[in-house]
Design a binder for this molecule. Structure first.
Ligand code: ZN
Length: 175
């Protein structure tokens, strides 16, 4: 008796891992995350190198992309989708994956967490944005080496602040 793929049962594996003859890979959009299917954002090689917690020997010679999908465990993947790094293999917790976690950084260079932004008064929040802008203007940021997305955090910080502002307004109206 043989499996449907033709492997003898004594091969030691109940499920044959070899693709069946004539197997066709489903068409995949270019630069789409192999897990969630969303288009990734290109990141520089140095970002992946700086953020990985595993041996850099595991990197491929590829232009990696960053997956922003909250529910997807993949952080970086190669354009062909063959090679991936998950949240477990990255040194920092990733804001896009845990946007509601208080202790996760939203600004990795100047160490502002989601909780800092959420708890901040309007004035404090403005002061945090000022601090970030001042740091950027002073050339003190290193988003390509510290932020898993490999680019400036300001959009995320502003988005989070705006969402928080709306939430407070909504609560105010409800009262
Ligand atoms: Zn994904």
């Amino acid at each position: 008796m043989t499996d449907t793929c033709g492997c003898p049962p004594e091969a030691g594996s109940a499920v044959c891992e070899l693709p069946a003859q004539g197997f066709q890979r489903a068409a995949r959009a270019a630069n789409a995350c192999p897990e969630c299917g969303k288009t990734g954002k290109p990141v520089q090689g140095q970002t992946v190198k700086a953020l990985l917690s595993v041996s850099l020997r595991e990197m491929r010679d590829a232009d990696y992309l960053f997956c922003r999908t909250r529910t997807c465990p993949i952080v970086y993947f190669s354009p062909d989708g063959e090679h991936t790094f998950t949240v477990e293999q990255v040194r920092e917790r990733v804001y896009q994956k845990e946007p509601g976690a208080e202790e996760v950084f939203v600004c990795y260079c100047f160490r502002h967490t989601v909780g800092d932004i959420r708890a901040a008064s309007t004035e404090t929040r403005a002061a945090i944005l000022d601090d970030i802008n001042t740091g950027i203007n002073a050339g003190q940021c290193a988003c390509d080496l510290r932020n898993p997305q490999g680019s400036c955090c300001l959009g995320n910080v502003r988005g989070l602040a705006a969402a928080q502002q709306l939430e407070r307004l909504a609560v105010g109206v409800a009262r």
